[in-house]
Write a protein that binds this ligand. Structure first.
Ligand SMILES: Nc1ncnc2c1ncn2[C@@H]1O[C@H](COP(=O)(O)OP(=O)(O)OP(=O)(O)O)[C@@H](O)[C@H]1O
Length: 261
């Protein structure tokens, strides 16, 4: 397991799940993410790669979770399934109580648009479009009227501190600013879940601190944040750190950052 910084206290995480996976008799809300025995096998000719093997994972609404693991361990595959960009080969996946395991691409696209904000290492911004045009795109897909789209995109850019750069194209912005545009695009639909795949992988330390501060704010506002990272310092920002190895969850811990030495 990767080292965590000093002043961290580690607690073994015990997910709250009823035996039948449906929920408690009380009115406890369904977990936002609920994977039961999820497997993913990539096939190419006679070759088969088991990228995920029997993953059981529950994430409650509002958690801040980091996923770590060595190259090839299955992190991106897990992120693709969590983000409804792909479906499992076996097992069940419920997102906010809705079983998405066997959905068609159109249904998955609708769920992604309604529920999830994505942030990627490479920013994935359209180079010919201004910052605000990039940020309004998810609202175009959602069918939001033009004037409202513009207002919400500008508001989201204001929230990430980019009010002065709304007309700039990605190539006219620094890496850290481009990633802030992607965070604005992720939150413009007001999703309950933010999924980030190595969001600080291309950033210098100042921009990393900046972007991690934004994730913390989103978490403090009650959103669920799941981020993939290779970096222990980045993972230490989360409240829970999951390690995967060879397609399996091998470690799952709550981390609370202490203030005393
Ligand atoms: N489309 C695909 N077709 C075949 N095999 C794949 C495909 N995508 C991933 N794999 C394989 O599945 C396994 C898990 O890959 P994955 O990309 O999920 O790992 P990762 O932990 O994200 O790695 P990295 O940190 O290097 O990005 C690897 O063995 C990889 O080679």
């Amino acid at each position: 397991m990767a080292e965590l910084p000093l002043h961290t206290e580690i607690l073994q995480h015990r997910p709250a799940r009823s035996e039948d996976g449906v929920g408690e008799a009380t009115s406890r809300p369904a977990p936002i993410l609920d994977l039961v025995e999820v497997g993913k096998t990539y096939r190419s000719g006679s070759l088969a790669v088991d990228a995920l093997r029997g993953v059981d994972l529950t994430v409650e609404e509002g958690e801040y979770v980091a996923v770590m693991g060595p190259s090839g361990s299955g992190k991106s595959t897990l992120m693709h399934i969590l983000g409804c960009l792909d479906v499992p080969s076996s097992g069940r996946y419920r997102l906010a109580g809705e079983d998405v395991s066997d959905m068609e691409e159109r249904q998955l696209a609708d769920i992604r648009n309604r529920r999830i904000g994505f942030v990627f290492q490479q920013f994935n911004l359209l180079p010919a479009m201004s910052a605000w045009r990039n940020v309004e795109l998810p609202l175009v897909y959602a069918g939001v009227p033009r004037a409202e789209r513009r207002a919400r995109a500008l508001e989201a850019l204001g929230r990430v501190g980019l009010s002065e750069r709304v007309a700039h194209r990605p190539g006219e912005l620094s890496g850290g600013q481009q990633q802030r545009v992607s965070v604005a695009r992720a939150l413009v639909t007001d999703p309950s879940l933010i999924l980030a795949d190595e969001p600080t992988g291309n950033l210098d330390s100042v921009s990393t601190t900046d972007v991690l501060g934004l994730f913390r704010e989103l978490h403090e506002q009650g959103r669920t944040v799941v981020l993939i990272t290779h970096e222990p310092d980045v993972a230490a920002q989360a409240e829970r750190v999951i390690h995967i190895l060879d397609g399996q969850v091998v470690d799952d811990q709550l981390v609370t950052t202490g203030t005393s030495s």
